[in-house]
Design a protein around this ligand. Structure first.
Ligand SMILES: [Zn+2]
Length: 177
């Protein structure tokens, strides 16, 4: 029984790896430049500190975070980014990593701040009426940040989130931070 479960886990891991390579090749084939968020996945997976009020332990948000941690681990985002970097390097496709700060909280069309909680999956901007999936909005914004088109007059400098990494680590040694 245990051996069967172990084999199943290996099979799933293999299939996931295959899928990662296929997707990485598809992206590299179709794009000259790839823009991704420079996510510190290890930080995202860190457990919340226990919270005490008047000597009594209270909810610290770990229960809801555990769900996120699990899906991050399951999706193997870190593995995918590493594979994508390898494939991109092999074919000379540039990867630009952008600071993820604020990428879900600003409108990709007009750069107005549109605050959302993690459970809010839809982006709607009061200013320019852009209405779309939040991930799509983030993706467009990440692309804009990567090509530097956000560095226009509409974005005050105090909103420090146009930080395109100048020397991505994968260009030096193939590793991903
Ligand atoms: Zn807008």
């Amino acid at each position: 029984m245990l051996r069967a479960i172990s084999r199943l886990h290996q099979k799933i891991a293999r299939q996931r790896k295959d899928w990662h390579y296929n997707e990485a090749h598809r992206l590299v084939r179709n794009c000259d430049v790839l823009a991704i968020e420079d996510l510190k996945i290890r930080n995202m997976k860190r457990r919340n500190k226990p919270k005490k009020v008047d000597g009594v332990f209270v909810a610290n948000g770990q229960a809801s975070k555990s769900g996120i941690n699990k899906s991050w681990s399951d999706n193997g985002v870190a593995n995918f980014v590493q594979i994508l970097s390898q494939v991109a390097q092999k074919y000379g496709t540039r990867i630009i990593k952008v600071n993820p700060r604020g990428t879900s909280q600003y409108c990709s069309s007009c750069l107005n701040r549109v605050s959302k909680t993690l459970s809010e999956r839809w982006h709607y901007c009061d200013v320019c009426t852009l209405s779309c999936d939040r991930d799509y909005n983030s993706a467009v914004l990440i692309k804009k940040l990567a090509v530097g088109s956000s560095q226009d007059k509409k974005l005050p400098s105090k909103r420090k989130f146009a930080l395109v990494e100048k020397n991505p680590s994968h260009e030096r040694d193939g590793s991903v931070n």
